[in-house]
Write a protein that binds this ligand. Structure first.
Ligand SMILES: [Fe+2]
Length: 214
C-alpha cells in the first residue's frame, strides 16, 4: 500500500446529561432530516442490527453549494462509537466518538475525524480542519437542546411511544419523582419509513426555529 497522509482533527465538548442520552442521539437516524434539516436532506437505514447500522445520508458539503450522498457504517466498540463514511468522491472518513462519564450526571464526548489521503492533499489540511470544526460545532448546537430535553423528560418518567404517566393521566405533577439510570440500547425504534427503500426526506428546506428551551 502506498504511503498515505492522515488528515486528522479532534474536537471535544461536554453535556449536562449522561453519555447514554448522546448515544441515543447518534443512533436516532430520523433526526438527521429534522433537527439537522439544514445539513441533511435524505436519510435511509439500509440495515441495522443491535448497534451496527448501515445508513445512507445525503448531506450538504461544508462551504460548497453541493449535496452529496454517502454511506456510513456505525457501530459501538466499548464506549467508543465508530463510523466509517464513504462519500461520493470516494474518500473514507473514519469518525470516532469517545463517551466519558463526568460527575453530576454529565458527560464528555471526544470526536476524532480522520481521512487517509495521498500526501499531495496535505495542502488541504487547513481546509479539512476548518470544515470539520465547523461541522462538529454546527451539529452539536443543533443536537444539544434535544439531548437536554430528552434527559429532562426522562427524569419526569417519559417512555418512548407512551409519554409521561402523570401527564397522560391528567394528574398534578408529583412532588418527588424518582428516576432510573438512562439505559441506551440500539437500534432506536422507529415507525417512520426510514428503514424502507425510499427512506425519509426532510420535510422542509427552511423553517422558523422553535427550539426546546421551554
Ligand atoms: Fe445530531
Amino acid at each position: 500500500m502506498k504511503k498515505l497522509y492522515t488528515l486528522s482533527l479532534t474536537c471535544s465538548r461536554e453535556m449536562d446529561c449522561p453519555k447514554e442520552i448522546v448515544m441515543w442521539n447518534y443512533y436516532d437516524h430520523e433526526h438527521l432530516i429534522g433537527t439537522h434539516y439544514k445539513l441533511y436532506d435524505h436519510a435511509r437505514v439500509i440495515a441495522e442490527k443491535e448497534d451496527w447500522a448501515l445508513v445512507y445520508r445525503s448531506k450538504k458539503t461544508p462551504f460548497l453549494p453541493l449535496w452529496t450522498g454517502g454511506l456510513a457504517l456505525q457501530r459501538m466498540e466499548g464506549n467508543v462509537m465508530k463510523t466509517t463514511h464513504q462519500d461520493l468522491i470516494g474518500f473514507l472518513l473514519e469518525m470516532e466518538v469517545k463517551f466519558d462519564d463526568l460527575s453530576n450526571e454529565r458527560s464528555r464526548m471526544t470526536v476524532t475525524y480522520k481521512i487517509d489521503v495521498h500526501p499531495i492533499f496535505k495542502i488541504f489540511e487547513f481546509f479539512f480542519k476548518k470544515a470539520f470544526t465547523y461541522w462538529f460545532h454546527a451539529t452539536w448546537e443543533e443536537d444539544a437542546p434535544m439531548r437536554l430535553r430528552r434527559w429532562k423528560v426522562h427524569k419526569l418518567g417519559f417512555k418512548d411511544f407512551s409519554g409521561i404517566d402523570y401527564i397522560n393521566k391528567k394528574l398534578p405533577k408529583p412532588g418527588k419523582l424518582n428516576y432510573s439510570k438512562y439505559e441506551f440500547k440500539a437500534p432506536v425504534k422507529s415507525f417512520s419509513t426510514i428503514n424502507t427503500h425510499d427512506g425519509i426526506e426532510r420535510p422542509f428546506a427552511s423553517s422558523i426555529e422553535i427550539g426546546y428551551n421551554d
